[in-house]
Design a protein. Structure first.
Length: 194
């Protein structure tokens, strides 16, 4: 990455969109698992986009608050909570045969936690002072583009062809959610013990 203070606003915007996108794809396996878990229970685009919107609003709030030093969440608490949120959503996919309306509220709460995690990653990268807000917004836009890519890929690879089949839940939702829950459970324990 170019030296932060020598970036123009345009350069910063382009660079931080790319950084936000890369934070999700390919580097953010935990975020990939979370978004994929949101998608699995209801393979229709409208419900997952509503969940993604709630998640986006929430993580944008805490990302902004953390980057402007209004809140200072400790990573040793945030990181296990992120893993636990992934575990919870994957487990809900296994136990609940249908998407519940309460899920949007749960996803919003988890989005608040994930935003603090995004802030930790972005804090390590730094933001150019001459384009601080623009870089912050563009990083967030890159994150959203990464999440949208996951949703559209999942829809195209699974739901478009198999989402309305009677065996979709048994063949896709339960096995994939089980793997995600197992990995997220391990991450939760590892992050607590670190």
């Amino acid at each position: 990455m170019r030296e932060l203070e020598k970036m123009s606003g345009t350069d910063a915007a382009i660079e931080y969109v790319k950084l936000g996108y890369r934070h999700i794809l390919p580097l953010g396996l935990d975020h990939i698992f979370f978004v994929l878990s949101l998608f699995l229970l209801s393979p229709k685009l409208k419900p997952v986009l509503w969940q993604a919107t709630a998640f986006t609003i929430a993580h944008s709030v805490t990302l902004g608050l953390a980057m402007y030093h209004v809140i200072n969440p400790p990573a040793h608490i945030v990181e296990p909570l992120i893993a636990l949120s992934i575990f919870y959503v994957a487990l809900e996919n296994i136990l609940s045969p249908h998407l519940k309306t309460s899920r949007i509220g749960v996803v919003f709460l988890f989005g608040l936690v994930h935003g603090m995690g995004f802030a930790s990653a972005l804090g390590q990268l730094g933001l150019p002072q001459n384009a601080y807000l623009l870089s912050l917004v563009m990083f967030n836009a890159g994150v959203e583009l990464g999440q949208l890519t996951i949703i559209l890929l999942a829809w195209f690879l699974m739901a478009r062809w198999f989402g309305n089949r009677p065996w979709y839940r048994k063949a896709f939702v339960i096995p994939i959610s089980s793997v995600i829950a197992l990995v997220a459970g391990i991450w939760t324990i590892q992050r607590i013990l670190v």
